[in-house]
Design a binder for this molecule. Structure first.
Ligand SMILES: O=C(O)[C@H](O)[C@@H](O)[C@H](O)[C@H](O)COP(=O)(O)O
Length: 260
């Protein structure tokens, strides 16, 4: 388990812009050293805010958009094109503005796709797609993600792993279906904690005073079943990207020294 590093920015706009710049650098470095990059996107206001900041970033096209694999941490199980789908919102925020290789963009299945109402079948299909992309060094489950991003809910959920629900307890499968999610819509597809923890780096994004309690709980030793964000960590780095409002309830000892 990697000890969480915290970076606190003045406000959510600066947090999104700084995180976007950080992602550009991470992707450019990965492409320079390995020829491609693998990134897992997250839904929600902070996740989409980062993508929109990236779309407007001066250094945006330092990224070779044809050599990046995009995956999702979770998806609302809705019809293709539904405005509430994370994939739809990511396309609007960034993806439609950059020259991606469509074969390297991996949205989670839609509810009107081949799997129909069976969200479990959709989850199994995505797990199989991840396994196909995994190299021998990945023990055949998921590819090595360079960066896996997660928004943090006010109840400390990440992806569609909600406190005390079955999905956060999953220890074997990499992708599962979710029913009865407290954040609408109720049916979702999500990576599990084992899949999240296979990433090199996990970045958690939290801005706004409505996240301050969740941030403090997740970083103060809570268990991952009660506080899923506490179980989200990367193999070589776990980074919490916050604004001052979301960091406001952190114990002073956890607040990084040179912060906004
Ligand atoms: O499908 C979703 O809703 C997201 O993947 C979810 O995990 C989101 O990231 C958090 O709920 C934070 O959302 P906000 O950034 O909008 O608070």
């Amino acid at each position: 388990m990697t000890t969480p590093q915290l970076v606190v920015h003045r406000d959510k706009e600066l947090m999104a812009q700084a995180a976007a710049a950080r992602l550009i650098t991470k992707v450019v470095d990965a492409q320079a050293s390995r020829g491609s990059a693998s990134v897992v996107l997250t839904g929600g206001r902070n996740g989409n805010g980062l993508l929109a900041a990236l779309a407007a970033a001066p250094a945006r096209d330092a990224v070779d958009w044809s050599r990046i694999d995009l995956w999702w941490g979770d998806e609302r199980y809705l019809p293709e094109g539904d405005p509430e789908r994370n994939y739809t919102q990511a396309r609007e925020a960034l993806l439609d503005a950059v020259p991606l290789d469509p074969k390297r963009v991996h949205p989670m299945p839609a509810s009107d796709g081949p799997h129909g109402a069976g969200v479990e079948a959709a989850a199994e299909a995505y797990a199989a797609e991840l396994a196909r992309a995994a190299g021998p060094e990945n023990h055949g489950s998921v590819p090595t993600f360079d960066v896996l991003m997660l928004g943090v809910g006010p109840d400390t959920h990440v992806a569609s792993l909600f406190p005390e629900l079955p999905a956060v307890r999953e220890t074997e499968r990499t992708v599962v279906g979710v029913h009865g999610a407290p954040k609408p819509p109720p049916t979702r597809v999500t990576l599990t904690l084992p899949a999240i923890r296979s990433a090199r780096e996990v970045w958690l994004l939290a801005a706004g005073e409505d996240k301050a309690q969740a941030v403090a709980i997740a970083l103060s030793g809570a268990g991952e079943i009660q506080a899923p964000a506490a179980g989200a960590y990367g193999r070589s780095r776990t980074l919490w990207l916050l604004d001052a409002a979301a960091a406001a309830q952190l114990p002073r000892s956890l607040y990084p020294p040179a912060s906004a």
